[in-house]
Ligand binder design. Structure first.
Ligand SMILES: Cc1cc2nc3c(=O)[nH]c(=O)nc-3n(C[C@H](O)[C@H](O)[C@H](O)COP(=O)(O)OP(=O)(O)OC[C@H]3O[C@@H](n4cnc5c(N)ncnc54)[C@H](O)[C@@H]3O)c2cc1C
Length: 475
């Protein structure tokens, strides 16, 4: 029997079992149902390394309602060797949720109960399919802040945000997703359930649950999460400042963080124009007791003035804040204007890298240079949350020549810019995970840690069925 035929047979047998145990409404096999799970946003990433299973049309969508359902599905899939792709809302941009041919998409979207919000403990206990925005609203009704607020807050799940270790607008003050997780319940690929209840601090053996944060569904399926909430701020001040060029505002950000100011939001981006020479806009949010917020905002504005910043006024800052989730709403409505500017054979790569503060400006200049050398454009440099977190868009020819390893100029420039970030002591990605898109660079990113990651993967997932190939987990 060919490998294709044997994988079809294995999948059919498992799906028949799942249908008998869960019922047909939780195990969907129609082409219409499958079409609702593309697993990518905008354009599917091209794998850059061999995959253990081909990407393609899955055999079924399975929608568990409870942790026991997840455990049963994974147990069956491991026994039969059928690949399983965990799926939140499918808003990930790296291809982590791309379906595998004849595999199972495990959509946790029906596990969407907010089990409790505990105002006295400032904690929420939620199932992984809860939409981030729904948790934020539920917390606000109890006078609390759920502080993971990415662009995609109205559309992405808590489990997806934990699995990609995402970053949101308020990361400057409240941290990234990893800083707001207190405990997890995880189903291992073999079906065992492990959980951590959310102790504030432990010194009783190593904490193991953080290894599932950012694992992009390759080590276990997260079924519930204990989330840290914060007091709803007594005051919130929004400020906007325009700088003559990127370096001026970057130095102002570095200075204001350096004197100990802690904005809740730092959002800085170049306007259109010549890269690193165009004016750039900084939006800041300060949260806290009214006197503290007022003093912090005044000091931040004074520092911005020292670096030639001009106040954009409260209305511009308020407008920015009110419209911060518009891209997600346009995505929900499938608005074509959201698509990256694209011409035939032309593409865009969004790079979100970490670089040590002192190297940021040199790094940005080097990216402009290397982009030019590859004949592509670098634009829209930005800083998000911390001075070390740098964004840039590369745009150019995405046509792969036969020679030169078959890489398009855009892919060559992207790899060079990501490798440079790591070589400078940083990271190739701080926000979206690596999925399939940057998986070929993960062994370099992790160094000797990559072998450790592979050992962990082999131990937890002996049959290699959980999201195989993502995060460079193929053979
Ligand atoms: C318009 C738009 C704006 C965005 N803005 C931001 C932003 O500001 N910040 C940011 O960080 N990201 C952003 N993203 C990317 C995306 O929204 C995030 O990566 C999000 O956290 C993914 O959540 P999801 O529920 O859609 O996960 P999915 O896309 O379904 O899955 C992402 C990965 O996590 C795995 N996974 C999902 N759920 C589980 C689970 N329960 N257990 C184990 N593994 C799981 C999947 O297998 C996959 O590898 C944006 C995306 C869009 C479309």
């Amino acid at each position: 029997m060919s490998r294709h035929n044997s994988s079809t047979t294995a999948a059919s047998a498992v799906i028949a079992t799942l249908q008998s145990k869960l019922g047909p409404e939780q195990v969907l096999t129609s082409p219409e149902a499958i079409a609702r799970y593309p697993g990518f946003v905008w354009f599917p990433p091209r794998p850059r390394m061999p995959l253990p299973y081909p990407l393609g049309t899955p055999a079924a969508i399975v929608r568990p309602r409870a942790t026991d359902d997840v455990a049963m599905v994974l147990h069956q899939a491991t026994a039969a060797g059928v690949p399983v792709v965990p799926y939140g809302a499918g808003t990930g941009v790296m291809g982590g949720a791309l379906p595998i041919r004849n595999g199972i998409i495990l959509d946790v979207g029906a596990m969407n109960r907010i089990r409790s919000i505990e105002p006295g403990n400032r904690l929420a206990r939620v199932e992984s399919g809860v939409i981030l925005g729904e948790l934020a609203q539920a917390a606000e009704r109890q006078g609390l802040l759920f502080a993971h607020d990415p662009w995609s807050q109205p559309i992405a799940t808590v489990g997806g945000a934990v699995s990609t270790n995402g970053v949101g607008y308020l990361a400057a003050g409240y941290g990234a997703m990893e800083d707001q997780v207190r405990g997890l319940e995880v189903v291992l690929p073999t079906g065992e359930v492990v959980s951590w209840a959310g102790a504030a601090k432990r010194s009783a053996g190593p904490d193991l649950w953080p290894m599932f944060v950012g694992a992009e569904g390759t080590l276990g399926v997260i079924t519930s999460i204990v989330v840290q909430l914060f007091p709803w701020p007594e005051a919130r001040a929004l400020t906007g400042v325009r700088f003559p060029k990127f370096a001026d505002g970057f130095r102002a950000i570095d200075r204001l963080v350096g004197v100990g100011l802690q904005p809740a939001m730092i959002d800085y981006e170049e306007e259109e124009g010549e890269p690193l020479a165009a004016p750039s806009r900084l939006f800041l949010v300060f949260d806290g007791p009214a006197e503290v917020v007022s003093a912090a905002t005044s000091l931040a504005l004074r520092i911005a003035c020292d670096y030639q910043g001009t106040d954009l006024g409260v209305a511009a800052a308020a407008h920015f804040w009110e419209h911060r989730h518009d891209s997600a709403l346009r995505f929900l409505n499938r608005d074509a204007s959201l698509l990256p500017r694209r011409r035939p054979r032309y593409g865009s790569r969004y790079l979100d890298v970490a670089v040590p503060i002192e190297r940021v400006l040199d790094y940005c200049a080097a990216v402009v240079q290397l982009a030019q050398e590859h004949g592509v454009a670098a634009h829209s440099f930005g800083i998000w949350g911390r001075p070390e977190l740098v964004s840039v868009i590369l745009e150019g020819s995405d046509v792969a020549p036969v020679k030169n390893g078959g890489l398009s100029p855009l892919d060559q420039a992207t790899d060079a810019a990501l490798r440079l970030a790591r070589a400078q002591g940083g990271s190739i990605e701080y926000c979206h995970g690596v999925g399939i898109r940057f998986a070929h660079l993960l062994p370099e990113e992790l160094g000797h840690g990559y072998a450790l990651f592979r050992h962990l993967k082999a131990t937890l997932d002996p049959a290699g069925i959980l999201n195989p190939g993502k995060l460079s987990t193929g053979d």
